[in-house]
Design a protein around this ligand. Structure first.
Ligand code: ZN
Ligand code: ZN
Length: 136
């Protein structure tokens, strides 16, 4: 083998190695890309799953509430007339709880007497809960 041939053989070997490395890198890249997409899709699917779970729970809660109200027409009527009055500005819903003056969270209407739908006390959920546990 002449020096020339040796040099060429060496060069070809080097070239082959480079080619191999290039293909490996390329397939790594493709794998990486595939993996990235797979993870993204999985994330999206699990997020959707969580969302539909939350929606289903919300629906169950809503249904339960509707059943409770329907079981007691007086209560349901009181709620409907109050909602109507608030929506049409006949009654102003305050931003604070009338007991603890807390403005955090939802302010709820408490009926002392469901036959008087517009006579309500506005309470935060904490005070409202207390009110129902020990009525006065
Ligand atoms: Zn309160
Ligand atoms: Zn109440």
């Amino acid at each position: 083998m002449t020096d020339d041939e040796k040099a060429r053989a060496k060069y070809e070997k080097k070239l082959a190695r480079m080619r191999e490395r290039y293909h490996q890198k390329k397939s790594d890249k493709q794998w990486f890309e595939r993996e990235r997409i797979r993870k993204r899709v999985q994330k999206r699917i699990s997020r959707l799953r969580d969302l539909s779970k939350a929606r289903a729970e919300e629906r169950v809660k809503y249904r339960k509430r509707t059943i409770t109200y329907k079981a007691d027409p007086t209560k349901n009527n009181a709620r409907l007339s109050l909602n109507y009055s608030v929506r049409h500005g006949l009654i102003k819903k305050p931003k604070k709880c009338s007991v603890c003056k807390n403005a955090l969270g939802r302010i709820e209407a408490h009926h002392k007497d469901y036959s008087k739908p517009l006579e309500v006390v506005w309470l935060c959920s904490v005070c409202h809960g207390k009110k129902h546990r020990m009525p006065n």
